[in-house]
Ligand binder design. Structure first.
Ligand SMILES: [Zn+2]
Length: 299
């Protein structure tokens, strides 16, 4: 058998294995059309919400601590996983109650396998879409290997995070999008009277779709701008719906994509938004006492 033929058979077999794992996984998690969390009222252990926009170069990783919950949204890329682990270790996290992958691109799930092997993860959420990459395959294998409970996240998902804290999810709304980025979860973290909006890499298509259906729900003091400040996201409609006081852009210093794009920076500058960037200020720490937001930066 010639080399190319052998290689293509290997590739075919790998894709087949991936498809089978994906199907099994989605048969298991697909059974939940609505997610009901178990009784999670843990009482007032502290009256503070902490959200850390971690500096993982070009990618997203956000660590949230509220009540007795440790939550991770995305895990950055694999090339930065060492640095991510160092940052997480400093936060003395025993385990993660919830881990969310906003969508299956490498700069969001590349570090997931390592997170799964280092930490006990109680629940893992991802949008109902599969991807044929090494990073995605490796993540699926780790879910199976570690026996992690995987659930779909989409419009209507509600997560209870103990006293005065919830996550509400507004997208993905549809089951099929042309752009993988549009499967990104757009969600709101509420703590007392304060609200933070997270967007993954949602493009303007998904932003507009969510504004059309949920504009009343999107108000928030803090907005993580979508897709690292790409010109393909951060529409006026979306920014107006959120009307944030503070904005966060997660991107790597001198990244190959030119994020954040000048067009996005110009759009943001039309509004009165105090904007922070992980490429310039390193880790960004957002604290809420339920009424007020405080921001601290590493640099
Ligand atoms: Zn991304």
């Amino acid at each position: 058998m010639d080399y190319t033929k052998e290689k293509s058979i290997k590739k075919y077999k790998r894709n087949l294995t991936l498809k089978i794992i994906s199907i099994i996984l989605f048969l298991i998690i697909g059974c939940f059309s609505t997610i009901f969390t178990e009784d999670t009222a843990l009482g007032d252990t502290n009256n503070e919400l902490k959200v850390y926009f971690l500096d993982v170069g070009q990618g997203d990783s956000i660590y949230i601590r509220v009540n007795d919950y440790d939550i991770l949204i995305d895990a950055g890329s694999n090339s930065n996983v060492g640095h991510l682990m160092e940052q997480l270790e400093k936060k003395n996290i025993d385990d993660f109650e919830i881990v969310i992958a906003t969508h299956p691109h490498e700069d969001h799930i590349g570090g997931m396998t390592e997170v799964f092997s280092r930490y006990d993860v109680k629940e893992f959420y991802m949008p109902p879409v599969v991807h044929t990459t090494q990073a995605f395959e490796s993540m699926l294998n780790a879910i199976v290997k570690e026996g992690i409970k995987a659930k779909p996240i989409k419009e209507g998902t509600h997560l209870d995070l103990g006293s005065n804290a919830t996550i509400d999810v507004y997208s993905p709304i549809d089951s099929v999008y042309e752009d993988l980025n549009d499967y990104s979860t757009i969600m709101k973290l509420t703590f007392g009277d304060t609200k933070l909006i997270f967007t993954g890499d949602a493009e303007s298509y998904a932003e507009k779709e969510v504004v059309a259906k949920h504009s009343e729900d999107l108000k928030g003091e803090v907005l993580k701008f979508a897709h690292h400040g790409s010109r393909t996201s951060s529409t006026d409609e979306f920014i107006k719906a959120v009307s944030p006081k503070y904005g966060i852009i997660c991107c790597g210093e001198d990244n190959n994509y030119g994020h954040p794009h000048k067009e996005t920076v110009d759009t943001i500058s039309k509004y009165d938004i105090d904007t922070y960037r992980t490429d310039k200020q390193g880790e960004i720490e957002v604290t809420s006492d339920g009424k007020n937001i405080f921001i601290k930066t590493e640099k």
